[in-house]
Design a binder for this molecule. Structure first.
Ligand SMILES: [Zn+2]
Length: 369
């Protein structure tokens, strides 16, 4: 028996309970039109009412009746075959069936909004692990991504300048990195020791250590990893993207059975972002004033094994490093000293510490028994 008068059976029932009721009905293998809460096709949804999608509906081959599904918006009895929605409205208590491309202009905006809300809700419910965390902490991840991207651009720029103005010094530092980063000086020369009657090799001692060694090589690793992360993360965090886009991607992945693929992709993106972050910190250590202080002291020692000569000065947080054995290439004459050695200026305030953002992995809540 079906009544289209008076108060709808779901008036005052929570949205979540209505969704559960709709899902139960769908599992029972019956047409939406047969549910007692669903309005007959000739009754339109309430105008301007707050609208909620309960779920999707498509023709099911198991239904006894294989007629097209009704649309309450068009008020047509046999309207569509697939991708429609069952919806409820606030302060109404009935359900309505809506075709996939239906509704007047203002109604369509409400429908689009409700469908988006429905997709986000479903995405949040089913998604787990990385996908769920990205969804739950969308704005945090977005902010982290942008902060890191800007920070890596800065060290990339320093790396480029370093590589261009002081290639010999960069190479020398790279060799020190390869041999473990120890800054050694000769403590005793090699030679014949008359007291013991034999030849003795040279003895060196370590007086310091190169910080941020990985920064001093041919490529900027922070940028290398960032470039791996960007094509993936831009899909969800680009300027024109919102949490709704991610929700929709998750929803579509669920519908098409590709959730695992999406998880692997996001996982790869965040992994590359974290590697870029690690390399950013290494670059900051390499460009830090303290590092050049140690290097300057070491290279000034006549018994060093450096093969390079560095001096440095600090004025108001700006470190000026002089690479005394690097002749500047012609095009960099503009930023070299009269003595013909290269200068790198590093503004320490540009090298900000960024807090690591970790994934808060959790499993999706088990469905209530
Ligand atoms: Zn319609």
């Amino acid at each position: 028996m079906k009544s289209d008068d008076g108060v709808g059976p779901f008036l005052g029932v929570s949205l979540q309970d209505q969704i559960v009721a709709w899902q139960r009905w769908q599992k029972s293998g019956q047409r939406p039109e047969l549910h007692s809460a669903v309005r007959t096709f000739d009754i339109s949804p309430p105008e301007g009412g707050m609208f909620h999608v309960l779920g999707r509906v498509s023709l099911n081959r198991k239904w006894e009746d294989q007629e097209r599904i009704q649309c309450n918006v068009c008020r047509i009895e046999h309207k569509f075959i697939s991708d429609g929605y069952v919806a409820s409205y606030d302060d109404d208590g009935f359900w309505y069936v809506i075709g996939p491309v239906c509704g007047s202009d203002e109604h369509q905006t409400a429908v689009a909004g409700a469908i988006r809300e429905h997709k986000n809700r479903e995405a949040e419910k089913v998604a787990e692990g990385i996908v769920a965390d990205t969804m739950n902490n969308y704005s945090k991840w977005r902010e982290y991504y942008y902060k890191l991207r800007n920070a890596v651009e800065i060290v990339f720029e320093y790396h480029n300048r370093f590589r261009k103005i002081a290639p010999n010094s960069l190479r020398a530092l790279s060799n020190i990195r390869k041999s473990g980063g120890a800054l050694r000086v000769v403590a005793r020369d090699a030679g014949f020791n008359a007291d013991i009657g034999r030849y003795q090799p040279a003895v060196t001692k370590t007086v310091g250590r190169l910080a941020g060694g990985d920064f001093f090589q041919g490529n900027c690793l922070a940028m290398k990893f960032l470039r791996d992360a960007v094509p993936i993360l831009e899909l969800y965090f680009a300027d024109d993207k919102t949490k709704d886009d991610l929700g929709e991607a998750i929803y579509n992945a669920i519908e098409s059975g590709k959730l695992q693929k999406l998880q692997n992709m996001l996982s790869g993106g965040f992994d590359a972002l974290h590697r870029a972050h690690e390399q950013y910190e290494i670059a900051c250590a390499g460009l830090n004033e303290a590092n050049f202080k140690v290097l300057a002291k070491w290279t000034a020692n006549p018994r060093n094994e450096a093969g390079l000569h560095i001096e440095y000065a600090v004025v108001e947080g700006e470190v000026t490093v002089h690479f005394l054995d690097d002749r500047p290439p012609l095009e960099y004459r503009g930023i070299t000293s009269d003595d013909g050695y290269s200068i790198l200026q590093i503004r320490q305030s540009e090298l900000q510490t960024i807090d690591f953002l970790r994934l808060e992995l959790r499993l999706a809540a088990a469905p209530a028994a």
